[in-house]
Design a protein around this ligand. Structure first.
Ligand SMILES: Nc1nc2c(ncn2[C@@H]2O[C@H](COP(=O)(O)OP(=O)(O)OP(=O)(O)O)[C@@H](O)[C@H]2O)c(=O)[nH]1
Ligand SMILES: [Mg+2]
Length: 410
């Protein structure tokens, strides 16, 4: 008896469960993909933002939220288009790197893409004194939104010129090592500085372009850049630009200014009339004050670097031997060239590009700008108004008013 009662209870329970399942099933049969006006606009995996603003978008879906009961709420903020409209400039990013720099350059690319290039899709040229390996190419090409190109540096651009006395150069490295001068004993660092000073813009891959933006491993960008910086340079007739400036280590360039004066004596025609000598010298050109633009960031014009003026300058410095007998950096070399051979107003300070390369930060002065451009840098870290920066001097020699709020950052 107890057994048949249990069976009866099971049957009643099963019937009840079946009725319940029927009701649940019928109440969840809300049409999903068959709403009127619904059209598939993206393929799986593609972003749902319109990729081509010129194409008409699918009619807006309007449906009663209470009927469809979505499990997520739609984002009513307008997302930016994947690609900024308008023409592109003949421009590229350029990076000199070793295969071992892959993860550090990956971080830099991510910053540049997130803050700027995903909207513009400019190309990226990578240069190396060795062959790039498959991993380097795979990782970087996956990150860059434009085309990637990989070039090997010809041997003659990355070796000692025949007029350099190898013993003398080796002795200097030994002495600099003892004096603990940073990279003082490095041969490859010297080749790198000479290459960045005189050759990268002549690499066959770079000949296709007129504008470049130099990017080094492990740099960071802290604010959105919503306009085409290359187009800005072209429209404002700028040839060279910077975000950070500072004083060079004197020990690395004891005779660079003498070599410069020797150049201007032989090539006075290359010196611009309205130049930035006051940025470089406090005594009308007699001595160098060591101010330079920090060249690990540069947006510049390649045709200027390929001009007779610049090539004559580089060739004359190269023959003076200081890339090997001292440790001349490409930063003072580019800066002196820009300071003397460009018109003052052809050099631009990008206050709006928030930039970091160890150990200095350029965080734009001006709170409203930082908020509007989603900046993530701490204004207290801004180097510009520090005593070791030359940026205040740049403002002064150009008669520019310093940005509002700079006193608070001193
Ligand atoms: N292919 C190649 N690239 C190099 C070599 N040495 C330096 N580089 C690259 O040249 C650029 C400058 O070198 P860095 O080592 O960053 O020099 P730095 O900026 O003065 O010093 P850090 O404070 O170390 O960044 C970077 O893009 C490096 O990846 C080298 O021997 N071969
Ligand atoms: Mg670096």
């Amino acid at each position: 008896m107890a057994g048949s009662q249990r069976y009866l209870r099971y049957i009643v329970f099963a019937l009840f469960a079946l009725v319940l399942l029927y009701f649940i099933g019928s109440s969840s049969s809300v049409p999903t993909a068959n709403w009127p006006g619904y059209q598939e606009t993206t393929s799986p995996g593609e972003p749902s933002t319109p990729s081509d603003p010129s194409k008409p978008s699918a009619p807006a879906v309007s449906h009663d939220v209470s009927q469809t009961a979505p499990s997520t709420t739609p984002n009513d903020k307008k997302l930016p288009p994947a690609t900024a409209p308008g023409e592109r400039m003949n421009a590229t990013f350029v990076t000199l790197a070793r295969n071992s720099d892959v993860w550090e350059i990956a971080k830099s690319i991510r910053h540049v893409e997130d803050r700027f290039n995903r909207k513009f899709n400019y190309d990226w040229v990578f240069l190396n004194d060795d062959d790039f390996d498959d991993q380097f190419k795979k990782v970087t090409s996956a990150l860059v939104s434009g085309k990637t190109k990989y070039g090997k540096i010809p041997k003659e651009h990355w070796s000692f010129p025949e007029w350099i006395d190898q013993d003398k150069a080796a002795k200097v490295r030994e002495e600099m090592k003892e004096k603990k001068i940073i990279y003082g004993d490095s041969v490859s660092y010297r080749h790198m500085c000479r290459y960045e000073s005189g050759f990268f813009f002549r690499h066959p891959l770079m000949l296709d372009y007129e504008w470049y933006w130099r990017v080094e491993p492990s740099i960071e960008l802290y604010c959105d850049i919503n306009y085409d910086t290359f187009k800005f340079m072209a429209e404002k007739k700028k040839k060279y630009s910077f975000t950070l400036s500072l004083y060079e280590y004197v020990e690395t360039i004891p005779t660079l200014w003498d070599a410069t004066k020797n150049f201007t004596k032989h090539f006075p025609q290359h010196v611009a009339k309205d130049n930035s000598m006051k940025f470089l010298s406090d005594d009308g050109g007699e001595n160098y004050n060591h101010c330079h633009f920090w060249s690990n960031f540069e947006i510049g014009n390649l045709n200027w670097l390929r001009s007779d003026a610049y090539i004559d300058f580089f060739t004359s410095l190269d023959h003076a031997g200081g890339f090997f007998y001292e440790r001349w950096g490409d930063a003072p070399v580019h800066s002196i060239a820009a300071g003397l051979m460009l018109q003052k107003d052809e050099i631009h300070f990008f206050n709006d590009i928030a930039y970091y390369h160890v150990p200095f930060t350029h965080c734009p002065t001006g709170e409203q700008y930082r908020l509007d451009h989603k900046c993530s840098c701490n204004p207290k870290d801004n180097f510009d108004w520090n005593g070791y920066s030359c940026t205040a001097r740049f403002y002064e020699i150009n008669g520019m008013e310093k940005p509002e709020g700079y006193e608070k950052e001193q």
